[in-house]
Design a protein around this ligand. Structure first.
Ligand code: FE2
Length: 323
């Protein structure tokens, strides 16, 4: 049986298809306007949705007749974007009389790592534009051990990149600038307990662009931000005594962040796992995987329960498939 998963929390409309052993399709189409305007992104998703579903079925070499379950990102995310994914999922479910299941986007980032890489019980460092969190399974739930108090690390990076004239997406260009930086400039190290914030250091970095090399400012900003999240991650690993670190989210592609995680884990005798970029970024395959896992654990949902949950926290519900 195949599960079709739909992702639409933010920029990306994605459709992935999996069975119990592998991911057989993972198609994405992303809104690429300046910043993210929820309604324009939702318009984009509505325009491409049927095309992305068809492309995913073609890539898997199957038809809707082969699909046995529909899953979708129910939250957290931007309301207008989430509603496009939920509506697409309901339409597919109703027209084919298929079971439907809404899943938590952040937990999907973790479960796809467990499914693909065989990670058992990781601390997850989830770094993206909309989310920056440290998550781990404890006391029957995925708990948030630390998180940003304002913007995501990816949002900070994109806003700074716009200030230096780079277009979205800018990850590779920023990585290039980081590698060319040689002078560390003083950037506020804003960690408060296990939580952190990025907007103040971004404002300071933009000020530092006057009179300093762009490469040095980029390096200093990102080095500071990465140090903060790796420090909090290390403390979560020490507290939970876990020996696996899973990276998730689009910013997990950063070579410097991976290097810092490698060093930290080597020093504690732990192991780092990074899924391929196509499943690290927002994508439909991870939604399919979590839907399949939840359905197999006995979870069922009726249509009335499929309304979107914009602020859905990972720790709001139990995780029966891990009991
Ligand atoms: Fe994400």
């Amino acid at each position: 049986m195949y599960t079709l998963g739909i992702e639409s929390t933010a920029h990306t409309f994605g459709v992935g298809i999996c069975d119990s052993s592998s991911i057989v399709a993972n198609i994405v189409d992303s809104y690429s306007g300046e910043g993210i305007h929820p309604r324009l992104a939702a318009d984009h998703h509505a325009k491409v949705s049927s095309d992305v579903v068809r492309k995913a079925l073609d890539a898997a070499g199957i038809s809707m007749d082969d699909i046995g379950l529909i899953s979708f990102s129910q939250g957290p995310g931007l309301g207008p974007c989430l509603r496009v994914g939920a509506t697409t999922a309901r339409a597919l479910s109703l027209s084919r009389d298929l079971p439907i299941i809404g899943v938590n986007h952040c937990i999907a980032h973790i479960e796809v790592g467990r499914f693909l890489l065989g990670v058992k019980d990781p601390v997850t460092l989830y770094v993206s534009g909309g989310n920056t969190q440290i998550l781990a399974f404890a006391g029957g739930r995925y708990r948030v051990f630390g998180e940003t108090l304002d913007i995501g690390i990816g949002n900070m990076q994109d806003t700074f990149a716009r200030a230096i004239g780079l277009d979205f997406p800018c990850g590779k260009e920023v990585d290039g600038l980081i590698a060319k930086g040689s002078l560390y400039l003083d950037i506020p190290y804003t960690i408060k307990g296990m939580d952190f914030s990025f907007s103040g250091m971004m404002t300071e970095a933009i000020k530092l662009l006057k009179g300093n090399r762009m490469e040095d400012v980029t390096f200093s900003l990102m080095e500071t931000a990465f140090s903060i999240v790796v420090e909090a991650t290390e403390r979560a690993m020490a507290h939970t005594q876990k020996t696996e670190l899973l990276l998730a989210g689009g910013n997990a592609a950063s070579p410097r962040l991976r290097e810092m995680c490698d060093i930290m884990c080597r020093e504690r005798g732990a192991e780092v796992f990074v899924p391929p970029f196509s499943v690290c970024r927002d994508n439909g395959a991870m939604i399919a995987v979590l839907g399949m896992v939840e359905h197999a654990s006995g979870r069922r949902m009726n249509l009335a329960e499929t309304t979107v949950r914009q602020k859905w926290r990972t720790d709001e519900e139990g995780v029966p498939w891990r009991q």
